[in-house]
Design a protein around this ligand. Structure first.
Ligand code: GLA
Length: 693
């Protein structure tokens, strides 16, 4: 490995700071040891530093109880400095050195940052942006994810890594690429998309009918005429493009995944780091080939919103319906928000336990040490450019000590919920393409149901609309605007088998082609409901435009959206009615419910405030027999249940400024302090980890 100027500078700095740098010990086979049930980690970039510095970094990591580093995901130019000329010795050393400090390694394949020689020699691998401009070197993610040559090169480097490290006992897993995000729009991709359309629609007649292309003379007489449309276009085409994008990310990933799997020990997991609410592709499509879901959890500006962030955790847990990893999170602050505020003292620890509470088994800080140069110089880290810890380091060290202590109690446990919220990318895209009211944000809509339900039930799963639902007492679908035939079948079966399905505003307006259902919403569910949406109305945010709503959930207003419902069966009950407003809605049903055998189906057409939604959540959980996972806690205290292996663990975090006392439903063992208690008092950002006896 060549030594660059920044490395020399770093080395000089390290010397000035008199950090003891032992000489490199001969490479040795790392000793496997018990894997910690909870992993604390850091993103480490040894390729940016001289090897003589590594031991000092790893010593500081070990002292903070960091048990894994993610390495390599942007290091292609160090692994293959020129075409066909590979250098992995530095990576061998980094993995060995980490092992000596009891630190495992997750290897990232470096394909999100192709080297300059590659983009120079194979310019066809560069992506073409939305404006037809070819990307260039100097940032990252400049590759075309559909390009066969790029895939060949990516597969080669991934395969070489897998052959070399696939059986290294200190390598515990693989991250493919990094944050898939950017598509390419050139003629080659256009051709692949047209081919995708042919495969999915078989005939142009079929496609033309299902997309209603007679509208605006869009009818196609040749597959090659179908354009790429991204934001404004035929709804069937827009949805097909997104499905093509998702399938192409899946095959992009599979290209590397197959060679890793063929060469790696099955105990090494394969994941990729996703991005919470990001909707650039369908995460269910892409995650189905992975062993583990993981995501990069950044607050950006301001403070942690435990509900919105918690829902993103539960969303990620739902990709594979099991525990997940937080593959990146901010050490205090980021560098890309409009104002890069730092999390308060104690908030990083509160957030780490909030992550674990939602089913994360690992929390990794991005990144370990400030780069001496590069686009992200000012991002939060645990160690400064000078090689010494920043103030946050001691808090992270405390988190590490606590993870080590609580690990055995949390081993084999995960969240289990009686309530599921259904989530669907087709629907989010469809709503965003035609919001009808600019304030109709699908994520805000999901959270408007998630928050009160979580307050009452204290644990929620977020799953795809085709997921198995039989274990849930209550299933809530806030904005399932696109209802595919498969999802409709799943939901009907759920209700017929005794479940309670609650549909929120805009449910089932559309079919799997993003076309309107030929019957009124909720389309194929309307006869089960014994009711339908007669009309929908966008509600402006001007004073006086909100619509009063009254009924069993109290008196409130409908904002953003209001659907005029009607009943068609004598046993369909009206739960809420609109008051006087635009005339059309006056006195009309706003929420209806119908018992179907042992099951029930409910439709909510109004977008109500938090207080009414809390009453709605209380009603729907009670009528469905949902019991809270823990019991009463003061508002602002979050409770996270995890169970398994015969254990029941509750993590409590106080997000209030004032201390809060929580009476426990029964005496519990304090996992962090070893005391058996029947109540706990938590300071601001205070944490308790309790095991039910
Ligand atoms: C993303 C990337 C990282 C880094 C961080 C900064 O999550 O994966 O490489 O750029 O953002 O917040």
């Amino acid at each position: 490995m060549t030594v660059s100027l920044p490395q020399l500078l770093a080395s000089a700095l390290a010397g000035m700071l008199a950090i003891a740098i032992p000489s490199r010990a001969p490479a040795q086979q790392p000793q496997p040891e018990a894997h910690p049930p909870l992993y604390l980690g850091a993103a480490w970039y040894p390729e940016q530093w001289p090897e003589s510095r590594w031991d000092a970094d790893l010593t500081l990591m070990e002292q903070a109880h960091i048990r894994f580093v993610r390495v390599g995901e942007f290091a292609w130019s160090t692994m293959e400095p020129t075409e066909g000329n590979y250098d992995f010795t530095w990576l061998d050393h980094a993995i060995d050195d980490a092992a000596r400090h009891h630190i495992y390694v997750v290897l990232g394949t470096p394909t999100a940052a192709p080297p300059a020689w590659l983009t120079e020699k194979y310019p066809g691998t560069l992506r073409i942006d939305e404006n037809g401009r070819r990307d260039g070197h100097g940032n990252r993610q400049q590759f075309n994810w559909a390009n066969p040559k790029y895939r060949e090169l990516a597969r080669d480097i991934a395969e070489r890594m897998a052959k070399r490290y696939g059986h290294n006992p200190n390598v515990i897993g693989w991250q493919i690429d990094n944050e898939y995000a950017r598509e390419s729009y050139g003629p080659d991709v256009q051709k692949q998309f047209d081919e995708w359309c042919r495969e999915h629609y078989k005939t142009l007649d079929n496609l033309n009918t299902r997309w209603t292309t007679a509208y605006w003379s869009e009818s196609y007489t040749d597959w090659s005429q179908i354009p790429i449309q991204e934001k404004y276009g035929n709804p069937g085409l827009l949805l097909s493009w997104k499905r093509f994008v998702s399938d192409t990310w899946r095959s992009y990933q599979k290209n590397q995944l197959d060679v890793i799997r063929a060469n790696a020990d099955p105990s090494q997991f394969i994941t990729t780091n996703m991005m919470g609410w990001f909707d650039g592709y369908d995460h269910y499509t892409v995650s189905q080939d992975l062993d583990l879901a993981s995501w990069d959890d950044y607050v950006g500006r301001g403070h942690l919103d435990p509900y919105r962030n918690g829902a993103a955790h539960d969303l990620t847990r739902g990709f594979l319906r099991k525990n997940f990893w937080v593959m990146e999170t901010q050490p205090g602050f980021v560098n890309w928000a409009p104002v890069n505020t730092a999390l308060d003292k104690g908030e990083v620890r509160a957030m780490a336990w909030h992550d674990i509470g939602h089913g994360a088994d690992a929390v990794e800080y991005w990144q370990w040490r400030s780069d001496l140069n590069g686009q992200e110089e000012l991002h939060g880290t645990l160690v400064g450019a000078d090689g010494t810890p920043v103030p946050l380091y001691s808090e992270v060290k405390q988190i590490g000590a606590e993870f080590a202590k609580a690990g055995p109690a949390l081993a084999g446990t995960s969240p289990h919920s009686q309530v599921a919220i259904l989530h669907d990318y087709d629907s989010r895209w469809a709503i965003n393409w035609q919001r009808h009211n600019q304030n109709f944000d699908p994520i805000t809509q999901i959270v408007s149901y998630y928050k009160p339900l979580r307050e009452v039930a204290q644990s929620i799963d977020i799953v795809q609309d085709t997921a198995p639902l039989d274990g849930y007492k209550l299933v809530v679908a806030p904005g399932l605007e696109v209802l595919t035939d498969a999802a409709a079948k799943n939901l009907i079966a759920y209700v017929e088998q005794g479940g309670h399905l609650v549909l929120g505003q805009r449910s089932a307006m559309k079919n799997g082609d993003n076309g309107l259902q030929p019957e009124r919403a909720p389309g194929p569910l309307a006869s089960l409901l014994g009711g339908r949406v007669d009309q929908f109305y966008a509600i402006d945010d001007k004073p006086g435009d909100t619509v009063p709503v009254t009924g069993v959930w109290g008196s409130t207003t409908s904002q953003i959206w209001a659907e005029q419902l009607s009943t068609s069966k004598p046993d369909t009950e009206v739960l809420m009615r609109y008051g006087k407003s635009n005339g059309w809605l006056d006195g009309q049903p706003a929420a209806i419910t119908r018992k179907v055998g042992k099951g029930r189906i409910t439709y909510i057409g109004a977008w109500m405030d938090d207080a009414a939604m809390l009453n709605a959540a209380k009603w729907m959980t009670k009528i469905s027999g949902v019991t809270p996972a823990f019991g009463p806690v003061p508002a602002g205290v979050d409770v996270y249940p995890r169970e398994g292996n015969g254990k029941k663990i509750f993590i409590l975090v106080n997000f209030n400024k004032a201390p809060e006392t929580v009476a426990l439903p029964s005496p519990m063992h304090g996992v962090l302090d070893g005391k058996t208690v029947s109540a706990v008092t938590l300071a601001h950002y205070g944490v308790a980890v309790l095991e039910a006896k």
